[in-house]
Design a protein around this ligand. Structure first.
Ligand code: 1AL
Ligand code: ZN
Ligand code: ZN
Length: 503
């Protein structure tokens, strides 16, 4: 035998050992790809474990298996035996909950990015545990009222959204009777339409009357998508007198009574009866946005629900957190429409939410430039109306809900499951096998001061009504389709959110 072949035979066991070590190493690390730009976690297949995972079957201790952006299994503590083949991110006692879906957000992009924008807005959303938001069709310039203006939005979001984003299209007098224009907008993927029953404050977004709304609903019926309505109708009887102090919140409150909401809802119910089973607009759905009046307006909605109308209603954290008497003179950060009402109204809103008469929550994050909030002048009559809150809605709902005994399941229902249903997203809103791995991890017991040292990602923190408050419930991590997009003050290098378009 030649020397070389002897050497090969002698080396063979060593070569086999090296090869098998390499194969073993490769198999072990198959899921560890180089750090992906979309995620702060370098795995495509991994587990999240916690003692408190909020599932449709209640809060469980266990682990959620995530693979390629989806939830592929959920195991309870007693069946997991601690043997995981993949990486496990253990969150201990922190709460693992479905990511929030905020169905009412004004990001003002394109056209008014100096007010907010997709980059700052979705970064704030991610820091707040929001994994999907739906952008309103107004405050951006031009308003989203046609296929072409939706395309401007789709262009503007490219590489600029950290969470998933859907869009509402605007229903305005100009397109309400133009079925092909509305169908063009709906076919291009808006999740539904939105209209105003009072002036919106935006020139190219005029208000609609009930005839426009009826037309809109008949088109929406075919697409089985909702119409969202800002339900306030101006009441002539209430005028602001020159002798009233414009820096007093009570002056503003007086000019926008609960009758505005009641009158609008009364009108709306004339057409929502068409959405009943067998009705001419069956398939359409009406959603009342940002309800503030918890008296007659709410009673009317309850009655309509009982009669079988396809109708839902949202309220916002600012109506649940604040009452009119607490608002200081000149503090226009609190100006919004409909207005924040008295403490008794707030109590009734909580009651209705806890009893299920209010279906879901949304932020109605509607920022502007600090100059337009007139913070130094403090004129409630002239300041821009809109609350800036996007990043804080989870801790706010939790902090102010503690005294009402709000549970984790309720938070997940109001902020994730019901919103997902409204926007027709069957793969979002609950932690369940097959769904998108859209998850927020947060510490309900950790308190923090929302002061100047706190990392706020909103474009203009100074206009937020929540600055200066102490809140409970700190967001630790946010996962969007399996990507860890936010982790304790850090965000993923790239903005990999996707547009959510209706099909
Ligand atoms: N143009 C707006 O953003 N308006 C918003 N303003 C509020 N809510 O004060 C709204 O949703 O009605
Ligand atoms: Zn509104
Ligand atoms: Zn709004």
């Amino acid at each position: 035998m030649k020397m070389e072949s002897v050497l090969i035979w002698r080396l063979l066991p060593l070569l086999t050992l090296i090869a098998s070590t390499l194969i073993f190493f490769y198999a072990q690390n198959f899921n560890k790809l180089p750090l992906d730009k979309c995620s702060l976690l370098p795995y495509h297949h991994y587990w999240i474990s916690s003692k408190r995972i909020v599932t449709p079957e209640g809060v469980v201790s266990g682990a959620v298996e995530i693979k390629e952006g989806k939830i592929v299994s959920i195991v309870k503590e007693d069946s997991k035996h601690g043997n995981f083949k993949q990486e496990v991110v253990d969150y201990g006692e922190a709460v693992v909950m479905p990511g929030l879906i905020d169905v009412h957000v004004h990001l003002d992009d394109p056209g008014r990015t100096e007010w907010e924008g997709f980059l700052s807005g979705t970064r704030a959303a991610a820091a707040g545990g929001i994994t999907m938001l739906v952008d309103m069709p107004l405050n951006n310039d031009p308003s989203t009222v046609s296929k072409e203006t939706l395309e401007l939005k789709l262009e503007a979001i490219k590489k600029r959204i950290y969470v998933d984003v859907g869009f509402w299209g605007g229903l305005i007098p100009d397109n309400a009777f133009n079925t092909s224009a509305l169908e063009g907008l709906l076919s291009a993927g808006v999740l539904g339409l939105k209209s105003f029953m009072c002036p919106s404050g935006i020139n190219d977004f005029p208000m609609t009357n009930i005839t426009h709304i009826k037309e809109g609903l008949s088109v929406l019926a075919k697409y089985r998508r909702p119409l969202l309505v800002h339900a306030e109708v101006q009441q002539d009887s209430e005028n602001y007198l020159d002798s009233d102090d414009p820096r007093a919140y009570s002056t503003y409150l007086k000019t926008r009574s609960p009758l505005w909401e009641e009158a609008a809802i009364r009108e709306l119910l004339k057409v929502t009866k068409d959405t009943r089973v067998g009705g001419p607009a069956q398939g359409a759905h009406l959603h009342v946005v940002h309800l503030s009046d918890s008296s007659s307006s709410l009673d009317l909605i309850k009655e309509a629900k009982t009669s079988g109308d396809s109708i839902t209603v949202e309220t916002c954290p600012h109506y649940l957190a604040f009452s009119a008497d607490e608002i200081q003179d000149g503090d226009t950060r609190f100006k919004c429409s409909p207005p924040i009402r008295d403490a008794a109204n707030k109590e009734k809103l909580w009651e209705a939410l806890l009893e299920g008469h209010i279906d879901l929550l949304s932020s109605d994050h509607s920022p502007t430039l600090p100059e337009l909030k007139l913070l130094s002048e403090g004129d409630f009559m002239k300041a821009w109306g809109g609350i800036s809150s996007l990043q804080f809605v989870l801790p706010v709902t939790w902090s102010y809900g503690l005294k009402y005994g709000v549970t984790l399941d309720q938070l997940a229902l109001w902020w994730s499951k019901k919103p997902a249903m409204l926007v027709g997203q069957e793969s979002k809103g609950v932690i369940a096998v097959g769904n998108h791995a859209d998850i927020v991890v947060w510490e309900p017991d950790v308190d923090f001061d929302l002061n100047d040292d706190y990392p706020v990602y909103l474009k203009h923190p100074s206009i937020s009504a929540y600055m200066g408050r102490r809140l409970s419930g700190k967001v630790l991590a946010t996962f969007v389709r399996g990507n860890l997009v936010y982790k304790e003050g850090n965000r993923a290098p790239a903005a990999c959110g996707v547009p959510v378009l209706a099909k």
